[in-house]
Write a protein that binds this ligand. Structure first.
Ligand SMILES: C/C=C(\C)C(=O)SCCNC(=O)CCNC(=O)[C@H](O)C(C)(C)COP(=O)(O)OP(=O)(O)OC[C@H]1O[C@@H](n2cnc3c(N)ncnc32)[C@H](O)[C@@H]1OP(=O)(O)O
Length: 719
C-alpha cells in the first residue's frame, strides 16, 4: 500500500499505492510508517521523496474508514514524525493533494507540484476540519486570510496559485518526482528547522480578531447552519494566537465534536450518494457496467428559450458540436445573441478561447439530419412536443436518440409518436441549465438501456450530476415537490405567513424558502399547468373558489394571486413584495397578510399558531413519505438517488444529507408516528397517509439507509 524504492544513492522514494485516488487508508498509513522507518535506518539515504501511484498524490484520508472503527497509525502522529525526521522529506505532487494528502505534504520539508496538480483542504465539505495539522500548518505558510478562505470553503487551487500562496516551493511542467529529487539533491544538508512549519510561531497580527470575525460572519451566512465552517474559523484563529502544540489541542477538540456529529455523517453520505448515482440500474437489470454508451459528438437543441439556451451552452462548453434550432428568425436571433454572449463571457472568465465555432444556428429541421442526439427544449406543452417529435423522425438518421427536456410530461406518450420508442428518453434539466448541476435522465417503458447509457454519459460529459429515474408525473423531483408545496400552502391556510414558513425552512438549511423559490420561478408557470390538468376550469367560481378538487383538499391561494397579476419577481409582486419587477429582494407584503386573513374569514378557518417544528415536519416528512412511495413504485433505484436529486436540484441542505437520509436520522418510527398524527388531523390530504414502505421498514426494525435497497427488493418480489 506504500512502496519503498531506493533511487540514486542518497534518495528513497515512497509511493502511496491505493487506487484510484491513493486514499490514506490504514494500510497506506502503515505502509508509510514502515517505509519511513526503513529510510531512517538506511545510512545511505539522506532524503525521502513521497509520491502517488499513477501520478496521483493523494485524495486524502480514506472516507470509508470514518464510519467504522479507526485502526492503524494515526495520521496526525505519522505526519508529525515525518516533519520531525532528521532526514529531508520532499512531497512530489501530481494529480491531486487533497485533505490528509495535502496535510502529509505540509508535513514534508519541501513541496514540488506538477503544473496540472490541484491542491486543497476539502474536509469542510465532509463535515470536518483539516484535522491532521492542516489548520495549524497552512496558516503558518500562507497567513491567516488565505488559510481561512481555503479551509472554510474547501476550494481546490491550481499548482500555480499554490506557488503564489507559498504552499508549494516549486512548480514543474515535467515529472514532479524527478523535480523533487533534483530539489532534494540541491538542499540536502541544509538545516531543516526553518522548514518545519510546526516550529514557526503563531501567525498573530493586529487585525486577527477582525479578520476572523469577518470570516465567521461570511461562513454563517453561507453555511446555513453547518457546523464545520464555523469550527474551521475557530481552529485557524488558534493558529494565530497559540503556539503550535496548543493550536493542535484546539484542532483536536473541535475535530472530536465534528467527528461525532450527524452533520458529518450526512455530508459523507452525500459524498458517496453523489458518486453512486452514476452507477445507475434499471428495473430490467440493465446497469451502468453492463451497458455500452455509444459516442455522441454532434447534438441538436430544439428551442432557444431559457432552457434551450442553457443546454446549448453546457454542451458547447464540453466541446460538443451543437446545431441550435428555432422556429422563426426573430426567436433564433435573440437566442443566438444570448447563447453567444453567455459563451463569450464564460470563455473570458476562464481565460480560454471562444468555442463559438462549435455552434450552428438553424431554422430548418433538415439541418439536424446528421446529429447523433437531439434535445428538444420547446415549451412544456404535450401537443407541441408531439409535433416536434414526429417532425424530427422525418429527418433524423435511424439511430439518432431523441431526448425531451421536460419537467414532468409523460415520456412514453411522447415516444409513441416516434418511429423509435427505444431511443426516446427524458432529460430533465434544471433552470438555469448551464448552472444547475442536476440532470434527471428519465427512462420510459420502451427506452433501451443503451439510450439511457448514452444520456447518462452525455450528462456526465457536460458535468451534470445525473440520476436515472422512471417515468411518472413529475418524475422524482417534481413529484415530491408538489407535496412539499401543498403542505406549505395548507400551512398558510391554517395560520402561517409565507415569511414564517420560509424562515423555518431557511433555518433548517434550505437555500431559499419555498415561497421565495415560487416567486423566483414565476407563479404563472404552475397556474398554467393546473389549468392544463383540469384543476382550474370554467366551472370554478373565481370569487369563492372551491377548496376541494378531484376528491381531495385543494388550496386555491396561488390561483387567486395569479388572478391579481401577482406572478412573483417578474411582476414585482407575488408571495412577497419587490422594489420593482425583476428585482430580487423579497420583502413581506402587508397586502398578503390582509389577503390571507380575508381568505380565512371567508372560508371560516380559525387561524392556528404554527410552530417552526410543524413547518419542518409537514414539509420534510411529506417529502420523505413520497420518496418512500417512489421507491415502492420503482421510480428511483434507491434512497441515495432521491437525496442526490434534492441536494442538487432543490436546495436541500447538504449537511442534512437529503430527505431520505434525514428521515433515517430522525428515526423512521418518529416519521411514521408524525405522519399518522398529521393524517389523522387532515384526513382530506391522502398524501399524508404513511406509505407502505415506511410502515414496512419500521415493522422490520428501521434498518439503516444503506440496507433499504434490499428491503425494497423483497417488497417488489412479494408484489
Ligand atoms: C480528517 C479528514 C481528513 C484528513 C481527510 O483527508 S478527509 C478526505 C478529504 N479528501 C476529499 O474530500 C477528497 C474527496 N475526493 C475527491 O474530491 C475526488 O474523488 C477526487 C478529486 C480525488 C477524484 O475525483 P474523480 O476523478 O472525479 O473521481 P471520483 O470522485 O469519482 O472518485 C473515484 C473513486 O474514489 C473514491 N474516493 C475518492 N476520494 C476518496 C477518499 N478520500 N476516500 C475514499 N474513497 C475516495 C470515490 O468514492 C470513487 O469511488 P467509486 O465510486 O469508484 O467506488
Amino acid at each position: 500500500m506504500a512502496r519503498y524504492t531506493r533511487l540514486t544513492e542518497p534518495i528513497a522514494l515512497i509511493t502511496l499505492n491505493n487506487p484510484p485516488v491513493n486514499a490514506l487508508s490504514s494500510a497506506v498509513r502503515s505502509g508509510i510508517v514502515d517505509s519511513v522507518s526503513q529510510a531512517l535506518k538506511d545510512d545511505q539515504v539522506k532524503a525521502v521523496v513521497f509520491c502517488g501511484e499513477n501520478r496521483m498524490f493523494s485524495g486524502g484520508a480514506d472516507i470509508k474508514e470514518f464510519s467504522g472503527s479507526m485502526s492503524g497509525p494515526p495520521l496526525v502522529r505519522m505526519i508529525h514524525s515525518i516533519e520531525a525526521s532528521e532526514k529531508l522529506m520532499v512531497a512530489a505532487i501530481e494529480g491531486v493533494a487533497l485533505g490528509g494528502g495535502l496535510e502529509l505534504a505540509l508535513g514534508c520539508h519541501y513541496r514540488v507540484a506538477n503544473t496540472k496538480a490541484r491542491l486543497g483542504l476539502p474536509e469542510v465539505t465532509l463535515g470536518f476540519l483539516p484535522g491532521a495539522g492542516g489548520t495549524q500548518r497552512l496558516p503558518r505558510l500562507t497567513g491567516i486570510t488565505a488559510a481561512l478562505e481555503l479551509i472554510t470553503t474547501g476550494r481546490q487551487i491550481s499548482a500555480q496559485e499554490a506557488l503564489q500562496l507559498g504552499i508549494v516551493d516549486q512548480v514543474t511542467e515535467g515529472n514532479a518526482v524527478q523535480a523533487a529529487m533534483e530539489l532534494a539533491l540541491s538542499v540536502i544538508g541544509q538545516p531543516l528547522n526553518p522548514r518545519r512549519l510546526s516550529l514557526r510561531p503563531p501567525v498573530w497580527s493586529a487585525d486577527v480578531d477582525s479578520v476572523c470575525e469577518v470570516a465567521l460572519a461570511r461562513v454563517k451566512q453561507h453555511s446555513r447552519g453547518a457546523m464545520a465552517p464555523v469550527a474551521c474559523v475557530q481552529a485557524v484563529r488558534a493558529a494565530a494566537m497559540l503556539p503550535y502544540s496548543k493550536g493542535m489541542e484546539k484542532e483536536r477538540q473541535l475535530m472530536d465534536t465534528l467527528f461525532r456529529s450527524s452533520q458529518a455523517r450526512a455530508l459523507q453520505y452525500a459524498f458517496f450518494a453523489q458518486r453512486n448515482a452514476g452507477k445507475w440500474s434499471l428495473p430490467n437489470g440493465a446497469r451502468w457496467n453492463n451497458t455500452k454508451a455509444r459516442d455522441v459528438q454532434r447534438v441538436g437543441v430544439i428551442g432557444l428559450g431559457t432552457m434551450g439556451r442553457g443546454i446549448a451552452v453546457s454542451l458547447v462548453k464540453a466541446g460538443l458540436s451543437v446545431v441550435a434550432l428555432e422556429s422563426d428568425a426573430k426567436q433564433l436571433e435573440s437566442g443566438k445573441k444570448a447563447v453567444t454572449a453567455m459563451l463569450q463571457r464564460d470563455a473570458q472568465r476562464r481565460g480560454v478561447g471562444s468555442p463559438l465555432h462549435l455552434l450552428t444556428f438553424a431554422l430548418s429541421f433538415h439541418q439536424l439530419k446528421d446529429v447523433d442526439l437531439v434535445i428538444e427544449a420547446v415549451f412544456e406543452d404535450m401537443n407541441l412536443k408531439k409535433r416536434v417529435f414526429s417532425d424530427l423522425c422525418k429527418v433524423l438518421r435511424a439511430g439518432t436518440l431523441i431526448c425531451t427536456n421536460t419537467s414532468g410530461l409523460n415520456v412514453d406518450e411522447l415516444a409513441k409518436v416516434t418511429d423509435r420508442q427505444h431511443l426516446v428518453v427524458g432529460m430533465h434539466f434544471f433552470a438555469p441549465a448551464h448552472v444547475m448541476k442536476l440532470l434527471e435522465v428519465v427512462y420510459g417503458s420502451r427506452s433501451s438501456p443503451e439510450a439511457v447509457a448514452v444520456a447518462m454519459a452525455l450528462g456526465k460529459r457536460i458535468q451534470k450530476v445525473c440520476v436515472a429515474v422512471g417515468n411518472c408525473p413529475g418524475f422524482v423531483g417534481n413529484r415530491m415537490l408538489k407535496l412539499y408545496m401543498d403542505q406549505s400552502l395548507y400551512l398558510l391556510e391554517e395560520g402561517a405567513t409565507p415569511e414564517q414558513v420560509d424562515q423555518a425552512l431557511e433555518e433548517f438549511g434550505f437555500a431559499m424558502g419555498i415561497f421565495k423559490v415560487a416567486d423566483l420561478s414565476g407563479l404563472d408557470v404552475g397556474w398554467r399547468v393546473r389549468k392544463a390538468s383540469g384543476l382550474i376550469g370554467p366551472d370554478i367560481d373565481p370569487v369563492n373558489p372551491s377548496r376541494w378538487r378531484l376528491g381531495q383538499r385543494y388550496c386555491p391561494l396561488p390561483d387567486m394571486l395569479c388572478q391579481q397579476g401577482r406572478f412573483g419577481q417578474k411582476t414585482g409582486r407575488g408571495w412577497y413584495l419587490y422594489n420593482s419587477p425583476g428585482s430580487k429582494e423579497a420583502k413581506p407584503d402587508p397586502e398578503i397578510l390582509n389577503f390571507l386573513e380575508d381568505y380565512r374569514l371567508k372560508y371560516g378557518i380559525t387561524p392556528q399558531r404554527i410552530s417552526s417544528q410543524e413547518v419542518i415536519e409537514r414539509c420534510a416528512f411529506s417529502l420523505a413519505n413520497e420518496g418512500f412511495r417512489i421507491l415502492e413504485d420503482g421510480i428511483a433505484a434507491g434512497p441515495e438517488d432521491i437525496d442526490v436529486i434534492y441536494l442538487f436540484g432543490y436546495g436541500w441542505p447538504r449537511h442534512r444529507g437529503g430527505p431520505m437520509f434525514y428521515a433515517s436520522q430522525v428515526g423512521l418510527s418518529v416519521v411514521l408516528e408524525k405522519m399518522e398524527h398529521y393524517h389523522r388531523i387532515h384526513p382530506d390530504v391522502p398524501s399524508l397517509e404513511p406509505s407502505r414502505l415506511l410502515r414496512r421498514l419500521v415493522a422490520e426494525g428501521s434498518p439503516p439507509i444503506q440496507q433499504w435497497r434490499n428491503h425494497i427488493k423483497n417488497l417488489h418480489s412479494q408484489l
